[in-house]
Design a binder for this molecule. Structure first.
Ligand SMILES: Nc1ncnc2c1ncn2[C@@H]1O[C@H](COP(=O)(O)OP(=O)(O)OP(=O)(O)O)[C@@H](O)[C@H]1O
Ligand SMILES: [Mg+2]
Length: 363
């Protein structure tokens, strides 16, 4: 088959690894994704029996046999293959016998390979997405339920405060009022993400410059370095929400840095936050594929996120900080997902990197 013919089938363009074999199980064609996956060159592989390309290929052989015998598509979920020193790969594969047409050989079979790690990753991301949507609903309802009686409690305490004759008792009503106010503030913070976003064209660097100046004003002894790709396009979004989301992440970074005990000899250099922007291509965000996205990274050289917190830091009320309310990242995630984006992080002592991906809507 000529290259032009493959391009016609469109197989060259697929991100999925695909091979075509003939009736004698010899490789007739493999697409670039398959070459990449297995580290094989299609020129060398063509004409070779498929089973001899791989070590331990019995399961693959059986899948091909089954598909041929029954003349139907067969899905093998649990396949482990190594090729040419690459692997072992944990794969699923679909074998489909195809009618011969054009210059396809008689008795051809199409084999598609998918890496299971990748499937697990997608499934995990989908689960997280569902979970964070469910969380958001729960928080919203709960905050509403708490807010209403809270107003009543505070009002009643205020009335009682006026009626009390013994001055010593005012202390108690004051505690009720103060605590009710604190809870009210917390509930207000929980409910803010539900105001309707006000979209406009936002330049992400203006957002980051605002965040930078707030951080520099709030914290001393921290430097905030910029590493911007100034060619990035504007995105449509709610400026205030994007500032708030980025600020919550940057503020955590600044708090983590300043919480470190300084070295005794005083030689330690001041902590640093780096604000980075890059373009990302061909990304899938919340189940939708985009040609371009903006990748905003907030990197700090602080102590890192404590191991036991890592799985849960986006959950509400999870905090590793004295006096923290554990809402900063929950809110940041809410704001970013309203923009159809995602937040992920990597953290080791000395380097924590939060990455915000925001889709660019094109034409
Ligand atoms: N860059 C970071 N380095 C180290 N730990 C971090 C970092 N970012 C977040 N964390 C940890 O994650 C926890 C959760 O952060 P989050 O912003 O949600 O809540 P908080 O900062 O505790 O409270 P709030 O932001 O509501 O005042 C933090 O308390 C901290 O322990
Ligand atoms: Mg915070």
């Amino acid at each position: 088959m000529t290259m032009a013919a493959h391009a016609l089938y469109g197989l060259d363009l697929l991100a999925t690894a695909v091979m075509l074999i003939d009736e004698h199980e010899r490789v007739h064609y493999m697409n670039p994704a398959a070459e990449n996956l297995f580290g094989l060159s299609s020129r060398n592989a063509e004409g070779t029996p498929i089973e001899s390309l791989f070590t331990s290929s019995e399961v693959l052989g059986a899948a091909i046999g089954y598909a041929r015998d029954n003349n139907c598509s067969y899905l093998e979920h649990d396949l482990t293959l190594s090729a040419n020193g690459h692997g072992p790969f944990h794969l699923s594969c679909t074998v489909t016998p195809i009618e011969s047409y054009g210059d396809l050989p008689a008795g051809a079979c199409l084999i598609e390979f998918r890496q299971i790690e990748q499937q697990l990753k997608i499934a995990r991301e989908e689960r997280m997405l569902d979970q964070s949507q469910a969380n958001r609903e729960l928080i919203r309802n709960l905050a509403h339920e708490i807010k209403n009686p809270l107003g009543g409690i505070r009002g009643a305490a205020q009335l009682l405060d006026r009626e009390l004759e013994r001055p010593g008792l005012h202390e108690y009503t004051q505690v009720i009022m103060k605590e009710a106010d604190r809870l009210q503030l917390l509930m207000d913070r929980l409910l803010t993400p539900h105001r309707l976003p006000q979209p406009s064209q936002v330049n992400i660097h203006e957002v980051l410059e605002r965040v930078r100046s707030v951080i520099l004003a709030e914290f001393t002894g921290i430097s905030v370095r910029r590493d911007y790709d100034t060619s990035l396009p504007a995105i449509e979004g709610d400026r205030e929400q994007l500032i708030q989301a980025t600020l919550n992440i940057a503020r955590n970074a600044a708090q983590a840095i300043t919480s470190q005990v300084p070295a005794r000899d005083g030689t330690e250099k001041p902590g640093e936050i780096r604000l980075m922007t890059r373009i990302a291509r061909q990304v899938t965000l919340a189940r939708k594929r985009y040609r371009h996205a903006i990748d905003v990274r907030i990197v700090d050289d602080g102590p890192g996120i404590p191991e036991p917190l890592r799985e849960r830091i986006f959950y509400p009320l999870v905090s590793g900080r004295e006096g923290g309310s554990g809402l900063g990242l929950t809110l940041a995630q809410n704001f970013i997902s309203q923009h159809h984006g995602t937040i992920t992080f990597e953290s080791t002592p000395g380097r924590t990197c939060f990455s915000i991906l925001l889709p660019v809507n094109e034409g």
